[in-house]
Write a protein that binds this ligand. Structure first.
Ligand SMILES: *[C@@H]1O[C@H](CO)[C@@H](O)[C@H](O)[C@H]1NC(C)=O
Ligand SMILES: *[C@@H]1O[C@H](CO)[C@@H](O)[C@H](O)[C@H]1NC(C)=O
Ligand SMILES: *[C@@H]1O[C@H](CO)[C@@H](O)[C@H](O)[C@H]1NC(C)=O
Ligand SMILES: *[C@@H]1O[C@H](CO)[C@@H](O)[C@H](O)[C@H]1NC(C)=O
Length: 891
């Protein structure tokens, strides 16, 4: 991408030329040898482009090979190799030995018999991919569990810090390595944070434990500048890596204009040094020794990294969101002639492909989230269609975690969602393997499966793009990573890439509206006929009625004034219709109850709430409970609310209490929540507000202990993750109930460690609202997680359900609610056949109502999905049927 073939030829011949010169120069004066020999070497070496060692492809043993590792033969695999633009699929075997892929496809029997001690794993056609590569991670810098002593991500010492190195802060005890490996992630780039324009040098590491137990031993191809490592100086230099950032995160150092100047003045320093070096070397090469008398090779310890950037030896990862910022960096790259390898977050990159193509040295890769958008102003125009649009413009697409922003264990889910929203299958798989490896200059050994590549391999239980795909085993450098994996069998149906809906029209509209297409329903009507319906699920009190139609005939459902009046197989229902109906073809789709969701904040940020439990409520607001009603802060028609509605969420419960990004709740008092319909236009519309005062929300953690026990009739939702605090709360609940002789309706939200007290929680009749649905040990008080397959037999949800606890799932940030239905499908898949579909559906419907006491309030909305059921990637929500509002919204 960076080097033209011509440049490679020139530089390579320069290198060979050097070897010749050292043989043929006349024997010089001894004094000249010490001065000129090293200088000639040094000057010639400046021209050698970075890359793998010259003899890399002949290697027979990996530099990372662990002595004593047995060879492994994986038999009968469906291998995604990464070759041919990600389209090559090989049916056959893989032999891993000496830390390398030794053979692939049809393996000659004599090679196998010549590999003593080989362990054979027959995978019966299971999918096998390279280990996943996370281009953007803060693993080891923001460690799990997070403690203030392990928060090594941003320096406060200025905007320009190219001399800092993430490796100097990588915590080797982060719980996230093991969890990421359990998700198939085998390596990642550890980037400094984005609080500085140049945050420092980054390093690619492998996530497995090493015998040496050091960060150094985890680094892949450490550059010679790192020191203390053996590097063969006669080989091309290894790629170096660096983090840059622009935009909002640099506010503390001034405006965007200040950051741009900070960049330009830093690169100008580096340019001066580079020019001085080139000038010096021109004289060395010309043998003009007299002009060099008394001079030494010009260099700077501070600026050497940026000089290497200007020499094309650094892969830069640049955090940059908006068009203005992307344009700035592209101008910078042309002004100083260096390449940026990848833009990260890049919420508007998809809207400005021509800017990307103007990058000096060719377009960068773009590393993004699938659906994590609108979390700040800069990310407002981020889109689920960005991966597909970028690919349409031939821009390499990378999906990344920004771990722990997204738990890197679920990196593959980002690629799955990108695929769901239109990124081609081959590119979706490449987006978490070969494309990031290429962006990091490491595709010669990771992110691909070919003879001679590193033996980083994942065996999957299903097609990797299928929802809930889980590794059955993971190898890093040929070393087996999961001691006793527990993964169920998924069967044939899951072995193909999921069929996904057509989003072409939505994608075009998204571009046409510069990322902000209208999200309001297209049509609001009274009467609809749904054709080609496969199944209909309706609510009856706390349970579901399920009607499934023959695949051949399908069914017809007639809706009048927001109510189903007829549903039958074939077209029987049509005979009873009279008048005007809108016709919606569900193409084998379904109708399901609308989902309900709890979120931690009303769709707006309204500052830090006052906390009556800490006594800081201003006297003018002294009616404390009244002052903190979410209903008063609620905004309708926000993009997050409308996207949730378009994704099947018809009831939201939201409270004011906000969370800090990595540290849990920011106060004890979360105020009074409101339940509402996210599809309503405003608070005065019929059915817009379901219950004005739904529950009282509190957060209790070691940082925010509970001082006073609130009393009242209203359901109490306590945000708590530690099992020890849950125990205290359960005891308190018992005391209050004994004293007043009443039953308290109490739920634990967040509840990461609930499994430890499952029996007691069940006995106390406390509901559990899991946020997030799959646990992560973010902070110390929630470090004891039950990780789920392949690390534990049961998932957290299933463990709680087995104790007959009422379990709901929720989200911490509003953008995530659109993924609720996939979370349900995933929960059912993780339960390995132990969870029925109605149990899964209850997690985001009846169980949430139970916790919030909403059972009697509702005439629940229904959602129609085209192409499949609510639970999977095959379908797309197309209409909401609302009995309470007497209408159908056609989306
Ligand atoms: C790579 O695959 C994508 C999607 O299938 C396709 O659009 C693109 O043209 C391919 N690129 C090359 C170089 O073949
Ligand atoms: C590979 O596995 C499939 C599924 O178990 C089986 O039908 C097939 O015979 C196997 N092929 C070989 C070559 O072992
Ligand atoms: C360095 O690499 C060269 C060329 O591949 C090789 O001949 C030499 O033995 C290597 N030196 C060391 C110390 O490994
Ligand atoms: C959960 O409820 C079922 C059905 O009522 C019962 O059979 C089972 O024993 C209960 N499980 C526990 C752990 O209480």
């Amino acid at each position: 991408m960076l080097r033209l073939p011509l440049a490679i030829a020139v530089a390579a011949s320069g290198f060979l030329f050097l070897a010749k010169i050292s043989l043929t120069t006349k024997t010089p004066h001894p004094e000249q040898v010490t001065l000129k020999g090293p200088d000639r070497h040094r000057c010639a070496a400046l021209k050698v482009p970075p890359g793998p060692p010259l003899d890399f492809h002949n290697r027979v043993v990996s530099d990372r090979f662990v002595q004593g590792t047995s060879p492994v033969l994986i038999r009968n695999a469906t291998i995604w190799s990464g070759a041919n633009n990600g389209t090559e699929i090989i049916h056959g075997d893989i032999l891993l030995d000496q830390g390398l892929v030794k053979a692939l496809g049809h393996i000659p029997p004599n090679l196998i018999s010549n590999t003593p001690g080989v362990r054979v794993i027959n995978v019966e056609r299971a999918w096998v991919t390279p280990g996943l590569v996370d281009l953007h991670s803060h693993v080891g810098l923001l460690s799990a569990p997070l403690l203030s002593g392990a928060f090594d991500v941003n320096s406060r010492h200025g905007p320009i810090l190219p001399w800092l190195r993430s490796i100097d802060a990588i915590n080797t005890h982060d719980d996230a390595y093991r969890l990421a490996i359990a998700g198939g992630v085998t390596s990642g780039q550890v980037l400094p944070g984005s609080g500085n324009a140049i945050g420092g040098q980054a390093f690619f590491i492998k996530y497995r434990k090493t015998a040496e137990r050091t960060p150094t031993s985890m680094v892949i191809e450490p550059p010679e500048t790192l020191g203390g490592i053996h590097v063969n100086a006669s080989h091309p230099p290894r790629w170096r890596h660096m983090k840059q950032a622009c935009g909002e995160n640099l506010r503390k150092y001034g405006t965007r204009m200040d950051s741009a100047w900070a960049f330009r003045s830093a690169y100008n320093e580096a340019r001066k040094i580079k020019e001085a070096q080139d000038d010096y070397c021109a004289k060395v090469e010309a043998g003009r020794w007299s002009e060099l008398k008394g001079k030494t090779f010009p260099e700077s310890f501070e600026w050497e990294m940026l000089v290497d950037v200007l020499r094309g030896r650094v892969k830069i990862s640049n955090h940059c969101y908006e068009a203005v910022d992307l344009d700035n960096i592209v101008r910078l790259s042309n002004e100083f002639r260096f390449h940026v390898s990848s833009f990260h977050h890049a919420s508007e990159a998809w809207l400005v492909p021509d800017v990307l193509k103007r990058m000096w040295g060719g377009p960068p890769a773009v590393a993004i989230f699938a659906t994590n958008h609108r979390y700040k102003r800069e990310s407002y125009r981020g889109s689920e269609f960005a991966p597909a649009v970028l690919a349409d413009n031939q821009i390499p697409v990378v999906m990344k975690s920004d771990h722990p922003v997204i738990n890197s264990r679920y990196l593959l889910h980002e690629a799955q969602q990108a695929h769901y929203f239109g990124l081609a299958e081959n590119l979706a798989l490449a987006s978490v393997t070969s494309t990031p490896a290429h962006a990091g200059g490491l595709a010669h050994r990771i992110g691909v499966l070919r003879v001679g590549a590193d033996a980083d391999v994942v065996l999957w239980d299903s097609h990797p793009l299928a929802l809930g795909a889980t590794p059955k085993q993971v190898f890093i450098d040929g070393v087996m990573q999961i001691e006793e994996p527990v993964v169920g069998e998924k069967g044939e149906w899951f072995q193909d890439a999921p069929g996904v809906p057509d989003w072409e029209e939505e994608k075009r509209e998204a571009v046409r509206w510069e990322g902000l297409p209208p999200l309001e329903p297209k049509k609001r009507v009274k009467n609809v006929v749904f054709l080609n319906v496969k199944e209909v699920w309706t609510r009856r009190g706390g349970s579901f009625d399920e009607q499934t139609f023959d695949t051949k005939d399908m069914g017809t459902v007639v809706v009048e004034r927001g109510k189903i009046v007829c549903s039958s197989s074939g077209s029987t229902c049509l005979s009873s219709t009279s008048g005007a109906y809108t016709v919606v073809d569900l193409k084998g789709g379904s109708i399901f109850p609308g989902l309900e969701e709890i979120a931690g904040e009303p769709s707006t940020g309204d500052g830090v709430p006052y906390d009556p439990l800490l006594g800081d409520v201003p006297s003018i607001l002294d009616d404390s409970a009244q002052a903190l009603r979410a209903v008063d802060a609620l905004q309708f028609g926000t993009r997050n609310a409308l996207l949730a509605y378009r994704s099947g969420i018809t009831l939201g419960v939201t409270s004011i209490g906000s969370s800090t990004l990595f540290g849990g709740p920011s106060s004890t008092f979360g105020g009074l929540s409101v339940s509402f319909n996210p599809g309503a236009e405003n608070a005065m519309e019929d059915g817009a507000i379901v219950k004005r005062i739904t529950a009282l929300h509190l957060s209790v953690s070691p940082a925010y202990p509970l001082h006073t026990w609130p009393s009242g009739e209203i359901p109490l939702i306590i945000d708590v993750s530690s099992a020890d605090i849950m125990a205290t709360l359960l005891l308190l609940k018992g005391e209050v109930e004994a004293k007043f002789g009443t039953r308290m309706r109490m739920s634990f939200a967040h509840a990461t460690e609930a499994h430890i007290l499952a029996k007691e929680i069940a006995a106390a009749d406390v509901a559990v609202l899991l946020k997030p649905p799959r646990p992560y040990p973010q902070v110390w008080s929630e470090r004891r997680i039950i990780p789920g397959p392949p690390l534990s037999q049961d998932s957290h949800i299933m463990t709680l359900l087995k104790h007959n606890i009422t379990v709901g799932i929720g989200v911490s940030e509003a953008w995530a609610s659109r993924n609720t239905r996939f979370d349900l499908g995933w929960a059912a898949l993780e339960a390995n056949g132990q969870m029925s579909r109605s149990q899964a559906l209850a997690l985001a419907t009846t169980n949430i109502e139970g916790a919030f006491g909403l059972e009697t309030e509702l005439d629940s909305d229904l959602v129609a999905y085209a192409g499949g059921s609510l639970f999977g990637f095959e379908s797309k929500p197309v209409a909401v049927i609302s009995p309470a509002r007497h209408l159908v919204d056609v989306l």
